[in-house]
Ligand binder design. Sequence first.
Ligand code: SAH
Length: 382
Amino acid sequence: MTALMVGKIDTKVKLKGLSLEEMERYAAALGEPSYRGRQLFQWIYGRGCRHFEEMTDLPAALRATLAEQASITSLTCFGRQVSRDGTRKYLFGCPDGRQIESVLIPDEGRLTACLSTQVGCALACAFCLTGKMGFVRHLQVGEIVDQVLALREDLAPGERIGNLVLMGMGEPLHNYEATVKALAILVHPLGLAYPPRRVMLSTVGLVPEIVRLGASGLDVNLAVSLHAATDELRDRLVPINRRYPLKELMAALRAYPLPPRRRITFEYVLMEGVNDRPEDARELARLLPGLRCKVNLLPLNEASAIPFQRPARQRVEAFQQILKSAGVLATIRESRGWDISAACGMLTIEDQKQDQKRLDSTGPLPYDVFRGVEQSGSSLGS
Ligand code: SAH
């Protein structure tokens, strides 16, 4: 059987993306004790190792077998941009040539990594550039996890990624299976070991998947992109609201098994004259009683393809004040990385769909290379 498998890259078992149990089973299938699977899991996720020969606590014969039969695929970094505010945006290529963006946001001595879960997005929110790209494909488990491993390789001495947010390109709950499996690896103590309270998943409000996530026991933080407090308005801004209207969404959130001392975060992008009027704030306050939550107000990031405007600062503050007076916790979130199009809703890859036709005909790009990233710490934050 092995004779047929040897030597053909695409028949190799791709280890990045496998769960601990799957790696243990794979080790068993090779006639090895299952703890070898656990060692692989630690090497690949815990230490970000990409070459079997570096896995020094595995027997040489096993390393040779792995090199023949398995592979550790990685994203290729095609470039990095640094914002005036220190935010860094990365362009990564997947093994099939499709591209995604990830963002590192410095915040009080720590970095927050903003990860993508899809190439493009199917949800078509009216004010979001990723939505304008349309849906290209789901990311695989390994591609979600590898964003963190790749970002870690670009950290300057003393830098650390303290928080993960699934707020990049795509709708994480539309890619439910891969997202949940990736999260399990990201929080696993032998994997990337992020405490679940330092991880946040943001969704536009896919109700059945919110229920499933609650039952998954993952315990990561949940953010919901709300943007409107009436169905009439939300139907227009967030088209999926027609399928899962506010009543159903709020019922699912009220039933969500929130760990103690946690809150659900509502994101509310403020657009002038659309959803930023005093009555919009009052409607929003009426929607929230009985929920442990907070509201993050995001003044719209403007772009020429988006037919809305950012409200003046006083309007944003007046909106916040109405919420506060009604007893709702509300913060205004300053946008980061706007000058390099790394801010919320700005992640998009021009002509990805057209480029794809060309890539499909030339086959996959080589992977397992990490290039195009300047390593000098001195340019960070400049
Ligand atoms: N699909 C998920 C994950 C993406 S998170 C979700 O919608 O929650 C990206 C966040 O940026 C969402 O809250 C989204 O509503 C917000 N956003 C999109 N376009 C924006 C814009 N132009 N200005 C500010 N925020 C925007």
